[in-house]
Ligand binder design. Structure first.
Ligand code: AP5
Ligand code: ZN
Length: 214
């Protein structure tokens, strides 16, 4: 099964993608996570990506496409995947489409997690990410057992550099301009499903399972 998560920054794409990956036993591929891992390891790609990410801009399509096409070659992608944060522009969606069509494949579901802009700033300012394993929490909606410490690996939690309110505002406008048009793109392909992302995390997941089937 090939699933795309659509939605604004902070809509809960990553949260739901991890649950989908566990339930349907497919890999969770987040371009944002891959870029952040490269930044942490100070790779050339990481250095290039950081300049864009810190401003809340998108990383150029060429860099992103090289990275994702490479990731698709890994053996764990054989039975599909859940994509989180990719595609994010029409050219990225078209490139994915061309790569899949060449293999006689197609996207099965594009799930749009809808959350109004008013709720987003609140979600982002409360999000905390683990420096060790990348797990994400929310100080109010998904707190850790011990404040500031990851439940999974015991490392400390930080506020992501791009979750500061000024950057979040720019990420939201970039989203509306460059990523929102994908909703129409996938609607035309008859694979779009919409879920109300303002419900609590478990309820959103139940709605997604109803769409994907057991
Ligand atoms: P990326 O990492 O993809 O960030 P994003 O799309 O902005 O999405 P987020 O990770 O911020 O949010 P999310 O929707 O996954 O929400 P989450 O589940 O964490 O990209 C970062 C940057 O990398 C981009 O700005 C760009 O520069 C670059 N990039 C990445 N991919 C690219 C591409 N394809 N092309 C070009 N550039 C690219 O949830 C948010 C918070 O809310 C958490 O604290 C969570 O616990 C909480 N929460 C989740 N669900 C709920 C709920 N139902 N109720 C209450 N709280 C909830
Ligand atoms: Zn951790």
């Amino acid at each position: 099964m090939k699933i795309i998560m659509l939605g604004a920054p902070g809509a809960g794409k990553g949260t739901q993608a991890k649950k989908i990956a566990a339930e349907y036993k497919i890999p969770h591929i987040s371009t944002g996570d891959i870029f952040r891992a490269n930044i942490k390891n100070n790779t050339e790609l990481g250095q290039k990506a950081k300049a864009y990410m810190d401003k809340g801009e998108l990383v150029p399509d060429e860099l992103t496409l090289d990275l994702i096409m490479d990731r698709f070659k890994q053996p764990d992608c054989e039975n599909g995947y859940v994509l989180d944060g990719f595609p994010r522009t029409i050219p990225q969606a078209e490139a994915l489409d061309a790569a899949l069509t060449a293999k006689g494949e197609a996207v099965d579901f594009a799930i749009n997690v809808e959350v109004p802009d008013e709720n987003i700033i609140n979600r982002m300012s409360g999000r905390r990410a683990c420096v060790g394993c990348g797990a994400t929490y929310h100080i109010k909606y998904n707190p850790t057992k011990v404040e500031g410490i990851c439940d999974v690996c015991g490392e400390k939690l930080i506020l992501r550099d791009d979750d500061k309110p000024e950057t979040v505002k720019n990420r939201l406008s970039v989203y509306h301009e460059q990523t929102q048009p994908l909703i129409d793109f996938y609607a035309k392909k008859n694979v779009l499903a919409e879920v109300d992302g303002t419900k609590d995390m478990e309820e959103v997941f139940e709605d997604i399972v109803k769409i994907l089937g057991k």
